[in-house]
Design a protein around this ligand. Structure first.
Ligand code: SAM
Length: 242
């Protein structure tokens, strides 16, 4: 998978060299290219923002460096005519979730446009949409200072779904938000810690019983913490939770 990230803080993306994502890069599973938006500004101060038309607080990122940076990315397509899906992180976007991560993991090329200040001139979205698929995507209902943390979170969620990135692919199947329910509680050795025993069923060796217990725990945990997920999970009415 190819990933391009455009930011005024390219160093922000350095953690993507670490851990499983870093290994995926070194193994050639991911081709991550980080671009400095200021390389596409042409004044002495490498300015990429200006005051908002209509007044108001803060600064707005100008269209010109964005169109040049995106043109540069498009110009390095690995195959003629190939286009990335452009993801613009923003609090006003479609909420990012596991289903979107899974869908994006099937796309060969993603580009991320990391905004700062009050955001990017609206005409950039129109310009980009004439050249590639554009999605505005929100990490959640809160406001960050910039799109870099959101891009990193999305990249991590997407890349770990690529074959070969997570050592044991089975560990992806039962995770929270796969199949709509949260994960069951986890325990490891010792069997008793701080006077607290591991649930007896997990030591029983009875796999069918363990499966039933885990499923029940997933339902109860989801009902307690995220009841909004239950209708989507198909659990209501099937396992006595309705
Ligand atoms: N003025 C914008 C608004 O009210 O919608 C917020 C701008 S925010 C201070 C600066 C940048 O942070 C945004 O352009 C976006 O790139 C990023 N950002 C902030 N919150 C985000 C969120 N919840 N999800 C994704 N990106 C976010």
């Amino acid at each position: 998978m190819r990933l391009d990230v455009i930011s005024i803080f390219p160093d922000y993306l350095a953690p993507l060299d670490l851990s499983l994502i870093g290994k995926a890069r070194r193994d050639g599973l991911v081709d991550l290219r980080v671009h400095d938006l200021r390389d596409f500004a042409h004044d002495r101060h490498r300015t990429v923002d200006d005051t908002p038309y209509g007044g108001g607080a803060g600064m707005v990122m100008s269209a010109q460096p964005w169109s040049e940076a995106l043109t540069d990315v498009l110009g390095t397509a690995d195959a003629p005519g190939e286009r990335p899906v452009l993801i613009v992180p923003g609090p006003g976007g479609q909420p990012f979730d596991q289903a979107m991560a899974r869908e994006l993991s099937g796309r060969g090329w993603l580009a991320f446009a990391c905004g700062r200040y009050e955001g990017i001139d609206e005409r950039v979205y129109e310009w980009a949409a004439e050249r590639m698929e554009v999605r505005v995507v929100s990490l959640g209902d809160y406001v960050l200072n910039g799109g870099e943390v959101a891009a990193m979170a999305m990249i991590e969620a997407v890349v770990r779904l690529l074959p070969g990135v997570v050592g044991n692919a089975e560990s992806l199947v039962e995770e929270s938000h796969e199949g709509g329910l949260l994960e069951y509680p986890l325990y490891t050795k010792p069997a008793e810690w701080d006077g607290r025993p591991v649930p007896e069923v997990l030591l029983s060796g009875d796999h069918a019983r363990i499966e039933r217990w885990r499923h029940q725990q997933r339902l109860e945990r989801t009902a307690a913490r995220r009841p909004d997920l239950l209708p989507r999970s198909g659990a209501l009415g099937v396992d006595g939770l309705a």
